[in-house]
Design a protein around this ligand. Sequence first.
Ligand SMILES: Nc1ncnc2c1ncn2[C@@H]1O[C@H](COP(=O)(O)OP(=O)(O)OP(=O)(O)O)[C@@H](O)[C@H]1O
Length: 590
Amino acid sequence: MADRVHSSPKRGRLLTRHGTGLALLGLLTLALVLLGPLFLDRFTQNVLTRSMIYAMMAITVDLLWGYTGILTFGQSAFFGAGAYATALILTHVGGGAQNFALALVLSVILPMALAALVGWLSFYHKSTPLYASVISLVVPIVLSQAIFAGGSFTGSSSGLVGYPVMKLGAANYFRLAGVALILFAGLAWIIVRSDAGRVLIAIRDNPLRAAYLGIRTQRVQIILMTVLGGVAGLCGFLYANAGRIVAPEIAGFGFGTQMIVWTALGGRASIFGPALGAIGIDYLGAQLSGSMPYVWQLIIGVLFVVMILFMPRGLAGLLPRRQRTAAAPTLATLPDRPQESSKDALLSVTGLRKAYGNFVVLDGIELEVRPGELISVVGPNGAGKTTFLRCLSDGTETIQGTITLAGQNIAGRPPEDVVALGIGRKFQVASVFESMTVAECLRLARATHERPTLWNRASGIHLPSAALDILALTGLDKKLAEPVSGLSHGMRQSLELAMVVAMLPRLILLDEPTAGLTKAERTLIGEVLKRLTQELGYAAILIEHDLDFVKEISQRIVVLHQGRLVMDGPVEEVVNSELVRSIYSGMAHD
Ligand SMILES: Nc1ncnc2c1ncn2[C@@H]1O[C@H](COP(=O)(O)OP(=O)(O)OP(=O)(O)O)[C@@H](O)[C@H]1O
């Protein structure tokens, strides 16, 4: 059993020694930004003002692509929308405090509305990352074409120039852009290190697992895109004022692609890398593009290819990786789910039929599972076992028949909603978060119960006793601070099971949880499953080929054969039946 700490886990402070060092660096940069105009000429001030605005844009791309895995070429559209909203108001309505305020508000709201629409189109249920990237290409193309087609209203290919701007002067625009960049970079740095930041990384690493932990991945992606659309619009407002000119190119996909290049060269998922990448490339470009315009673009292109091939972590990869020195988080016990009456069926499946085109995979399936029951599903390869679990855990699968959990029909509910009803699914191949530690994976499994905050990282993890037992029995409780990528196959299987149990599901679906495990590991998982069901009253459906293992732990066995449920009965009766002998002859696993 795990050494359980019954005290409540405390929230960790994000300002560690490393954080304090960065805060000092931030103060130093702030001093440079405030004093810079005293020793920089006007041309350099103007170029660096633009570079710093671009650096903020690169950070938005890093949050989307580097941290959340959304490869987007469309940030330029939101930047362009903000810049054009500003320039159009100031050109056609005029200057003055009121109009600057109106331009400011519109430059944020319009891109946010556009980004919400793009996010909604990109992340509907079952959309693919490729689809989202294609939409992000289309939107800037459409927007820049609309600007071209706008005639004298938008200035067409010449853009808008000479409109009244806020009279701050080059030095103060430089300071304003610098302060905004420092604040935004600092905020982004805090957020990506918080528990909410881990949710973004979880979506990047394994969106399917995240959804099956109950995390509403689409909603998170849409909100992130909307907020960062607003930030891009604000950058556009600053750009239109500081530069006194807007042109259609700033809303086009060419500019969107440039941001990807800055981010990749600077180093994805590092916040400061993309910011420095943007400043370095834009500043050097301004110095060199006059004398060698095409060669400069060529150099950047070649650098990009070389970096992607040989330095995927970008310039940030040149810095030594920081060792994880954080103390192992404390574990605290949560009460297990209260036992439910075993009188009524928890899961009811009636007349389930599933077909892919003309190929019928499941037909006429009827099944009831009560709390505390462990039901094993056996059958030869291709019988439809995994498909059956998929239908039970994803209400958006096209099926005929009805599946209800505690009286609630799951039809039309995506996995995260089915999780909320009380189903937890463990996949055949351990599905965890590769770039995280064991503790981070476990904490994510509790994300729907304990809302992750944007500012903090919790230093402890609340887990039910059954999950703590899995950790203690497998030794994972000694590896909480270790990265998942270094775990053995058996440990990964156990970690995923602990994550599923940590969600406190009513029904656990397990797809061959012992595949590839040693005999000792299998026995251990068997013990855990027996305790979960017989002692703690969880219901479970287990897919398994190993009949000896199944016999040890199940109350009932159902046999699937060619998509039909051909037997459902007590263990001994099914195992000794002629039918099972004939199905299993020659394919029994040890
Ligand atoms: N997305 C899909 N499109 C078409 N056919 C599919 C799809 N998914 C599964 N199938 C087919 O459905 C049948 C049942 O597959 P399933 O994976 O459910 O079987 P299984 O009993 O879990 O097999 P195994 O024991 O090998 O995991 C197989 O013939 C498979 O090829």
